[in-house]
Design a protein around this ligand. Structure first.
Ligand code: INI
Length: 160
């Protein structure tokens, strides 16, 4: 039997040689910067070289999909980590931004074949965002970075 990510156990991940991009949404940057820091910690822990990491910023989570798709189309990255924070307010704006960010990020990875991680917090309160962007490995930016390395390695394996 050929196994390619077919075990439910988290595989050993070696990110050396992978080119990973992080795109952050500047809106709520007091949360997104710690998510970015978590992503960088995760990539470094898995051996992704600093020189192989690209960082870019967009105004808000709504803009993440276009930037991710454009970057994926360059062929210069093996995976992309999208980071943002959308905090529920008094109007339906939250639902539009979250929905379009999620749909667009999924479209970007399906359209391009480059993994694009959904590291966007969609929370009801600022405290929930703070709780998910701390210094531990439960930081959602760190988790998204680990996912990016896993998916990049899996797709490379598929392509042989
Ligand atoms: N963008 C976010 O990333 N988070 C938010 O909480 C948010 N809220 O609440 O409005 C937000 N809005 C901006 C949006 O992403 C776009 O940048 C803007 O609508 C321009 O297209």
């Amino acid at each position: 039997m050929t196994r390619a990510g077919s075990s439910s156990q988290m595989p050993e991940l070696n990110g050396a040689g992978l080119r990973i991009a992080i795109i952050g949404a500047r809106f709520n940057d007091h949360i997104v910067v710690p998510l970015r820091d978590g992503a960088l910690r995760g990539l470094e822990r898995l051996g992704v070289a600093d020189n192989d990491i690209t960082e870019a910023w967009v105004p808000g989570a709504f803009e993440l999909p276009l930037a991710a798709q454009a970057l994926a189309q360059t062929g210069k990255v093996d995976a992309i980590v999208c980071l943002g924070t959308v905090i529920r307010g008094d109007t339906p704006h939250f639902d539009y931004v979250c929905g379009e960010a999620a749909r667009g990020i999924q479209d970007a990875q399906l359209n391009t074949g480059i993994p694009v991680m959904f590291g966007v917090l969609t929370v009801n309160t600022e405290q929930q965002a703070i709780d998910r962007s701390g210094p531990g490995i439960d930081n959602k930016g760190d988790e998204a970075a680990v996912g990016a390395v896993e998916m990049a390695l899996l797709l490379k394996k598929f392509k042989g």
